[in-house]
Each structure stands twice: as C-alpha cells, then as structure tokens.
Design a protein around this ligand. Structure first.
Ligand code: GAL
Length: 393
C-alpha cells in the first residue's frame, strides 16, 4: 500500500501528530473476555436463512454449547435486502422478520449478531452501510442486534485509488463512523472489525471502537491455512486485553477438513491466543467428538481467563514451537506444538519462562498429572498435534 518511503513517513508523522481522527472508544463492559458464539459463514456461506439460524440456536442450547459459554448467534453476509424510500435497510426474503428472529434467539438466553460493510457493497455483493451508518445502527438496535461484524469489502476499492495517507484516513474514518453510530444507539453491541489486518489494525483498532479485529485474510478448513494464521499471531499479544481482542478468524472445528489432532491444535491455539471462539460448523449435525472439543471446559477456561492475556511464542526449533500464556491465578499454560506431520521430540526449557526448579504440570487435554517436569523437559508428540500443560512452580 505504501508506495514510497516518503509516503510511509508522512503517514506515520500524521498519525503521531494526531491528524488522524480517533473518536469513539469501545462500549465499556462489552467483550470483557473474548466473544464466544457461532457464525454462519464457514459452513453455510450464502445458504443461510431464518430457519437455519433458529435451528443453530436450538442446537447451541441442546448441545450444551450455550452453557459452556457460547452466546452469540451471528448471521454473516447475504441477509441484506434493499433500502426503502427513507433509506432504511430491510432483510431479503431469506429473513422475513429480523426482530422476530432476535426475539427467538434472546428467549433462549442467546444473542444475535449481524454483518455489514463500510463500503456500498458487501463482499458477496449485497447492500453495505456506506452513507447509511447511523440509520443502519439504529435499525440493528431496534431489531435487537448484539454484535456487528463490519467487513471492509468494497471500501477497499477506494483505498486502492488513494495515497497511503488518504487510505489510512478513509479506513479509520469509516470504522470510527460506525463506532459512533453504534454508541449513539445506547445498546451494547460488540463491534468486530474485519479488514484483514490492514495498516496494523491492532495498533489503532481499539482507539476507534473495536472490540475485536481480524488480523488476517480468511481461514479455510485445512491444517496449512489454520496453522499459517494461528502461528502467525506471534508478536500481537501486547495489543489484546479485556474489551479488545486480536481475531485470527472463526473456527473450522467440525467442518471435516482436518484430522482430530489438527482440530485439537486449532482449538488449543485459539484458546491460548485469547481469540474469539466463533464456531463455524453445523451445530445440528456435529459429532460427539466435535461437541466435546468445542465444549471442553478446560480449553474454554484458558480462552476466557479474566486476566485477558494473549499467549505468545516462547521458542521455535524448526517445526516445533512452544507457546505460553500467563493465567490470572498465577499459573501458566504452556503449549507444545508439532507442526510437522510425523512424531517428534520437543524440548521445553522452563528456565526461559522464569522457573528455577522443576515444575508441576498437568496435561490439560488428557487430565493426566505429569508430576514434576525437569527444567529441560523432553516430550514425544505426534504429528500436527499439541500438548497443553497447566504449569505451577
Ligand atoms: C469475507 C470475510 C469472511 C466472510 C465473507 C462474506 O471478507 O473475511 O469472513 O464474512 O467476507 O462475504
């Protein structure tokens, strides 16, 4: 995006001089821990309608997911219809009555999320919010919407034609505008940015109202892409905390493209990263194994730890990586990952984490008490798998 060093320097100086507007901060108390729920896109894409959303909400309760902490039922792109003479947005024929759908979801103790774009068109070519931000926010609040995913889409075309400095201003103004519009409704609505990490959004997203921001392009249901995104979060931990989270995209757990140990890695990594946990599978048909992984209380407790620290990489040796996350109770979660597809021996140097004596460790996924591990521990790990340790001195 920055075509010359000069342009980059101008942009940085403009930011430092406060020329870039940063008006609306996130609503207090919203997303105190990473949002948990379900989103329609990964499994259903454009084949989503009112009946399907209701069925997913039913399954969220029946499967125990709601009681495990999954609350948001999020409709992604393709719900949008046309605007009436007053400019108000209406859903298309797939969603006959959005307010009635919100009432249905709320009656189950769940919340409803929706999707739009700061551009004139969404990524799937439906109506975006450009020029109608205040009106759309009011409509969402009147329907009873609790979560908005705001996806850059067609606004990106304007950025491509702009200088870096202009592009930066356009992007931030667009996201800030909707933040102000949501805030003005008085309804607590989780505001989730989706602009694929452009312009290091983690640095400025919170100051323009983001509760979460996508850090990358889209995930897909295979180990290579999931790992590229998940392990690519290294270095971003310091930007996350209560009310504002890095979002490495929605879960693919249960969609069928990965092996059990790969989905285990996916879920463990997202929990370690304090990422939003938005299931992306069909909850009405999921296997017992998928349900057990999604509702694993120990993994969810890692993700939802009230201290809100994001885990960070401690060491990497080829395809073997050690990550750690500090927990509110003073313990640590230490995750050992084997990115190779065959078994390997992974070394963990607990001294690098500040420990001076052998540590007490419990395997979070198997519940096995491993007793004391030496400061320089060696563990065998199968290909594409994870070993998750809860460690105390
Ligand atoms: C993409 C976004 C996806 C999904 C899709 C809908 O830009 O990253 O998560 O929302 O648009 O069209």
């Amino acid at each position: 995006m920055f075509k010359t060093i000069h342009a980059l320097l101008c942009a940085l100086l403009a930011g430092a001089a406060g020329l870039i507007s940063t008006p609306a901060a996130a609503a207090p108390g919203v997303a105190a821990t990473p949002p948990m729920g379900w989103n329609s896109w990964n499994h259903f894409a454009e084949k989503i309608d009112d009946a399907t959303v209701r069925a997913q909400a039913d399954a969220m309760v029946a499967s125990g997911m709601r009681d495990a902490g999954y609350v948001y039922v999020n409709i992604d792109d393709t719900w949008e219809g046309t605007r009436d003479a007053s400019g108000a947005i209406h859903p298309n024929a797939k969603f006959p009555d959005m307010k009635a759908l919100a009432d249905y979801v709320h009656a189950k103790g769940l919340k409803l999320g929706i999707y739009s774009s700061p551009g004139p068109k969404t990524c799937a070519g439906y109506e975006g919010s450009y020029g109608h931000e205040d009106q759309d926010a009011r409509t969402y609040a009147a329907w009873g919407i609790d979560y908005l995913k705001y996806d850059l889409c067609s606004l990106g075309e304007r950025l491509d034609r702009a200088t870096p400095l202009q592009a930066r201003q356009i992007m931030r103004d667009a996201y800030a505008k909707m933040a102000g519009a949501l805030k003005a409704t008085g309804r607590p609505i989780v505001y989730s940015f989706c602009q694929y990490g452009y312009d290091s959004v983690w640095r400025w997203g919170p100051s323009v109202g983001a509760n979460a921001w996508r850090t990358t392009g889209d995930i897909s249901d295979n180990y290579a892409r999931m790992a590229e995104i998940g392990f690519g979060q290294a270095g971003l931990a310091k930007y996350a905390g209560p009310g504002h989270w890095n979002d490495p995209d929605m879960l693919e757990v249960g969609n069928g493209g990965m092996k059990p140990e790969e989905y285990r890695t996916h879920m463990a990594l997202w929990a370690l990263l304090a990422a939003p946990l938005l299931a992306g599978n069909d909850l009405t048909t999921m296997s017992a194994e998928t349900r057990a992984l999604l509702t694993n209380r120990d993994l969810i407790a890692i993700d939802q730890d009230p201290a809100g620290h994001q885990g960070e990489r401690v060491s990497a040796e080829g395809t073997l990586e050690v990550w750690a996350k500090a927990m509110a109770d003073g313990s640590r979660v230490v995750a050992l990952f084997n990115r190779h597809d065959v078994y390997n021996e992974i070394h963990v140097d607990f001294r690098a984490l500040g420990y001076k004596k052998p540590v007490k460790a419990v395997d979070v996924l198997t519940h096995e008490d491993l007793g004391r591990l030496p400061l320089d521990a060696r563990l065998l790990i199968q290909g594409h798998d994870v070993i998750l340790l809860r460690v105390t001195p």
